[in-house]
Design a protein around this ligand. Structure first.
Ligand SMILES: O=P(O)(O)OC[C@H]1O[C@H](OP(=O)(O)OP(=O)(O)O)[C@H](O)[C@@H]1O
Ligand SMILES: NC(=O)CC[C@H](N)C(=O)O
Ligand SMILES: [Mg+2]
Length: 486
């Protein structure tokens, strides 16, 4: 299976529109602006009064729908779409969503962003109860549970089944009668409601997809909520009580597009504040601040603003290589980074540099960039990371499920500094991160999941717990490690 050259793998993007002319076309344009969330495959399912239409494929949306007929055949006034980056189950067409369930009581299609922590146990139970599966990802389990459930109404079947799911999930569910949006009890994955000028409702992962189709933001779907949309309006219901918002902090740090607004916080502003905050926490004398295009540029601007050191374009990104797919081995990954990023010698030569990146996962990018800047004549390189040390894996929809691949779980900050060859290295503190995002949420989690940094998982780890416990002893060794080294 081929993968894009990315160090930090993204999540999925979901989009649904109800009661619109050319619904599938809306889905296509909305999903196009969510392409950063997954590049493995995509699909759209549309409904008209009598029929269901579907087209799915592997790779980028523009490739899957390059033949316009693939979109034109998706008629009807409602459509639901999905773009995938796998976290559970195999790669390949069978796991590309939306999944369609031909339930004679009420047919439905589902799109899922997230990862279920109890998927294996649920699958085992369902298999014992005679369920048949279309594929092997976690996402179809909601449909499988609903197919076996005996409640009379569709909503009851949905609510009962949702209660059995653990972990991170945002779902859009579509039937011939209406569209539904769901957030897990902690709201780990983002999902928003919007409305077009013509009055059609949209559910999608990020507000950038609403902007792309000229729709207005209505509200974020809150933890434990079930939003019903039909021809008349939308209605907010709950399938379970909220456990308090703890949305994935990496959405703000890296995943979401900078122009999106999540739970009232502009992603761009949050990133800029992370840069301002890391400048306060780890000041350094230097000639120029540079960012790693594109995802750290907002933070680099913040660092420059707070420190008074000028920002410049010390690195450029080859936009075309970002869409090159290669095998995800370490040597190919390194080759991928070198094809993707290049130094601007006139900016970096002879200079003391502050190099800002949004995160370090395996260390591949930072190591390569430090080397690149040295070769371009930089005098010294002070790396500043606009997020805390990533030491713990994620089980809620991001593809870092083992600590063995995390440099921050295996090395102290001093060791990482040496590994990447920097003159100094400073990470943002967890408090600094919470302050920069500032969700103004008074719950235990400050509105955020910061498990990557502090191991505070808002849910049980269920089927992942045994492996996680095995790795925990090693992780402990680095607990409380310093945030800065010279
Ligand atoms: O330590 P590493 O394992 O290298 O991972 C960290 C890098 O991964 C991400 O960038 P990525 O290259 O995925 O994509 P981007 O171009 O969107 O920043 C992130 O922005 C860091 O630069
Ligand atoms: N990244 C995601 O949200 C993935 C959704 C689902 N777990 C899958 O693997 O298809
Ligand atoms: Mg990057």
């Amino acid at each position: 299976m081929l993968h894009e050259v990315k160090s930090l793998n993204e999540e999925c993007g979901i989009f649904g529109i109800w009661n619109a002319n050319n619904a599938a076309e809306y889905a296509y344009f909305g999903m196009h602006s969510l392409q950063h969330r997954g590049q493995e495959g995509a699909g759209i399912v549309s409904f008209d009064d009598k029929n269901i239409y579907m087209h799915k494929g592997e790779g980028l949306l523009s490739k899957i729908f390059a033949d316009k007929n693939n979109l034109n055949k998706l008629t009807g006034r409602s459509a639901i779409g999905h773009i995938r980056y796998a976290t559970a189950g195999s790669h390949g067409l069978q796991n590309i969503q939306p999944f369609f369930f031909n339930d004679p009581r009420m047919p439905f299609a589902i799109s899922h962003n997230g990862n279920l922590t109890n998927a294996k146990s649920l699958r085992d139970d369902l298999t014992d109860n005679g369920a048949h599966f279309q594929a092997d990802s976690d996402s179809e389990l909601l449909g499988s549970l609903m197919m076996l459930d005996q409640h009379e109404s569709f909503i009851d079947r949905l609510k009962v089944s949702l209660k059995k799911l653990h972990g991170g999930f945002a779902f859009i569910i579509m039937t011939p009668k209406g569209m539904l949006g769901v957030a897990d009890p902690h709201g780990l994955r983002p999902i928003v409601l919007g409305k077009t000028k013509a009055g059609s409702y949209i559910l999608c992962s990020e507000t950038c997809a609403l902007d792309a189709v000229n729709a207005q933001y209505v509200r974020d779907v809150q933890p434990g909520e079930l939003v019903h949309i039909d021809n008349n309006d939308y209605k907010i219901d709950h399938y379970t009580p909220s456990q308090g918002l703890s949305i994935c902090s990496l959405e703000y740090i890296y995943f979401a597009r900078s122009d999106s607004i999540i739970h009232g916080v502009s992603v761009h502003s949050a990133r800029k504040k992370m840069g301002i905050q890391v400048a306060k926490e780890h000041p350094v004398k230097a000639d120029v601040v540079i960012g790693v295009p594109n995802s750290s540029l907002d933070a680099a601007l913040g660092y420059a603003e707070a420190s008074g050191i000028p920002f410049d374009m010390g690195m450029i990104k080859n936009q075309y290589v970002a869409r090159t797919f290669i095998e995800p081995t370490q040597d190919k990954r390194e080759l991928g980074v070198s094809m993707k990023l290049a130094a601007v010698k006139s900016v970096v030569s002879g200079k003391d540099i502050v190099l800002v990146d949004d995160s370090i996962v395996r260390g591949t990018t930072s190591k390569y960039i430090v080397q690149l800047l040295k070769e371009a004549g930089a005098k010294s390189i002070h790396v500043r990371i606009a997020s805390p040390v990533i030491k713990y894996p994620c089980f809620y929809g991001v593809d870092i499920e083992s600590k063995t691949e995390l440099i921050g779980a295996n090395q102290s900050v001093a060791e990482i500094k040496n590994t990447i060859g920097a003159d100094s290295l400073g990470y943002l503190s967890v408090d600094g991160l919470i302050k920069s995002i500032n969700l103004n949420c008074n719950n235990k989690y400050h509105g955020l999941c910061t498990a990557y940094f502090d191991g505070q998982y808002p849910t049980d780890l269920d089927d992942y717990k045994a492996k996680y416990d095995e790795e925990t002893e090693q992780i402990k060794a680095h607990k409380g490690a310093e945030q800065f080294v010279r």
